[in-house]
Write a protein that binds this ligand. Structure first.
Ligand code: 5GP
Length: 190
């Protein structure tokens, strides 16, 4: 998606440790107009699919998923929570994610009330790096009895293993910008 690539080149900042900071338009301050275009692009890429729910993970995925959902006829968005709260009364699907950016392992949960048989799920997230988050979410979908239609990622770091892991699992993966290499001076897209 050229608009997105141009924005990454303009405003993305590469930090040590392989992290691309996109805080000025995606991960902290949010450019809603860009998010709308991202949502439309996901809709175009998955136009041939029947999708009735979007699943993401807190926190960065939520805004992206909500605006994308508007392009999919306002289907519900469910986000995996990183901590179990007392508000969730019923049974939950559980998973574990090792965070690429924080180096911690989180327990994540989704209430069984909001993910299960009959759901045709598109997973949406901001980044794909090693694939931990996406593998965890896809396992939760499968274990719940829902159907996993595919995954939409805004920025895939193509030199890390996540993309290969997900494609090898047979999951349809659409990434809007794939980075082949990056350092403080340049970002090269596939
Ligand atoms: P993975 O589970 O694929 O290793 O990492 C995906 C998650 O880590 C994403 O949800 C995202 O929040 C975070 N992440 C991974 N790489 C980057 C990065 O380069 N920049 C930012 N901002 N987040 C990243």
């Amino acid at each position: 998606m050229q608009l997105l690539k141009d924005r990454i080149l303009k405003d993305g900042i590469v930090k040590d440790g392989d992290v691309l900071k996109v805080d000025s338009f995606l991960n902290h301050q949010i450019d809603v107009r860009l998010l709308r275009q991202i949502g439309k692009e996901f809709r175009r890429l998955f136009a041939d699919c029947e999708i009735n729910k979007i699943l993401t993970i807190e926190s960065s995925g939520i805004g992206i998923a909500c605006i994308a959902a508007e392009e999919f006829d306002n289907i519900p968005v469910v986000f995996a929570k990183k901590n179990q709260t007392k508000n969730i009364a019923h049974d939950v699907h559980r998973g574990k994610v090792e965070s690429f950016t924080h180096g911690k392992t989180y327990d994540v949960i989704v209430s069984k009330d909001f993910l299960g048989k009959g759901d045709k799920v598109l997973i949406i997230d901001d980044f794909l790096a090693k694939g931990n988050a996406l593998v965890c979410l896809s396992e939760m979908v499968k274990n719940s009895g829902a159907e996993l239609v595919g995954a939409g990622i805004v920025i895939e770091k193509g030199y890390q293993e996540g993309g290969k892991i997900i494609r090898d699992l047979g999951i349809r993966l659409e990434s809007l910008a794939i980075i082949d290499s990056m350092n403080e001076n340049e970002i090269i897209f596939r």
